[in-house]
Ligand binder design. Structure first.
Ligand code: NAD
Ligand code: UDP
Length: 305
């Protein structure tokens, strides 16, 4: 099994899960946002191999299945070098699809709820075509991921490539970077340090947060199923960001205050997955409630800090 982005947040958990299932795993990563620390416990496993490689360059290895996760996922990281972000999604997809074509491997793309942009319908179903600003600061990520989905379906139509596409909604848990920039890790780190929590905008925007173990289970089920997708994977429990801030302060037992900051451009106002397709075709739904997942994530960051 090849996992691109294998040293990242989701990739490291996926590698651990695949090893636990008895597979041989090759993790490929350029360490832009991933770290060796995330996979330290896997490095001694004789069925695990790590390769420093940038997926924007071709890769020649022999594999049966490819999980294509390589791409920074946090807005601050994917906007740091937006041209490289688009290259990673587009050239990365072409290279990994080329590898899948040559080896006849099944290939799963880690797509995203960002393909829906700032959605006009809530919850989002897979047939909703999205509302993306093609020239905004999030476009390098959103349009790169949309183009990758196009490439996956064109490789299927043109070359018969065996594809799977997961549209992943906000996921959180251990192995996020303390300076990752995404909301759950930011709030937990700020609460643990007793610093004010930085709430962007008035906090009325919503997200739906999925714990990492649930998400990884969904990815594996999709890879093993006949459904090709796109399939939404996420937790449909929708919550405002202001509520998340209060919840984190409560669970940490912190004296932190909440300070508002300007809302970043094109920040989606609502986001919630319709997971009917995943329920029907994969028999999958999230099991970990937000409070429980937050407690586990808080313990991880407490240890780290
Ligand atoms: P992450 O930033 O922790 O992991 C991404 C990994 O890809 C990192 O290890 C990074 O070093 C690596 N990478 C980046 N560019 C690369 C390149 N050119 N070549 C090789 N490796 C490269 O992010 P994550 O949360 O683990 O996300 C993993 C995947 O899931 C991404 O494709 C992301 O778009 C997708 N996704 C994640 C979420 C989420 O909430 N976590 C939501 C939607 C989609
Ligand atoms: N957000 C926030 N404070 C932070 C980081 C993010 O209020 O320190 C907000 C952000 O504006 C967005 C939501 O939390 O409305 C989720 O942001 P994140 O970057 O985690 O994910 P995305 O916007 O890609 O869903």
């Amino acid at each position: 099994m090849l996992v691109t982005g294998g040293a990242g947040f989701l990739g490291s958990h996926l590698c651990a899960r695949l090893l636990a299932d008895g597979h041989e795993v090759l993790a490929v990563d350029n360490f832009f946002t991933g770290t060796r620390d995330n996979i330290l416990s896997l490095l001694d496993n004789p069925r695990f191999e790590l390769l420093r490689h940038d997926v924007t360059f071709p890769l020649y290895v022999e594999v049966d299945e490819i999980y294509n996760l390589a791409c920074p996922a946090s807005p601050i990281h994917y906007q740091f070098d937006p041209v490289q972000t688009t290259k990673t999604s587009v050239h990365g997809a072409i290279n990994m699809l080329g590898l899948a074509k040559r080896t006849r491997a099944r290939i799963l793309q880690a797509s995203t709820s960002e393909v829906y942009g700032d959605p006009e319908v809530n919850p989002q179903t897979e047939d909703y075509r999205g509302s993306v600003n093609p020239i905004g600061p999030r476009a390098c990520y959103d349009e790169g991921k949309r183009c990758a989905e196009t490439l996956f379906f064109d490789y299927k139509r043109q070359h018969g490539t065996d594809i799977r596409i997961a549209r992943i909604f906000n996921t959180y848990g251990p192995h996020m970077l303390p300076d990752d920039g995404r909301v759950i890790s930011n709030f937990i780190v700020q609460a643990l340090r007793g610093e004010p929590l930085a709430l962007y905008g008035d906090g009325s925007q919503t997200r739906s947060f999925c714990y990492v173990d649930d998400l990884v289970d969904g990815l594996v089920r999709l890879m093993d199923s006949d459904e090709i997708g796109p399939v939404n994977l996420g937790n449909p429990a929708e919550i405002t960001i202001a509520e998340v801030a209060k919840k984190v302060i409560g669970l940490v037992g912190s004296g932190s205050s909440i300070e508002t900051r300007p809302l970043p451009a094109d920040d989606p106002t609502r986001r919630c997955p319709d997971i009917g397709l995943a329920r029907r075709t994969l028999g999958w739904e999230p099991k970990v409630a937000l409070d429980d997942g937050l407690k586990r994530t808080i313990e991880y960051f407490r240890g780290l800090l």
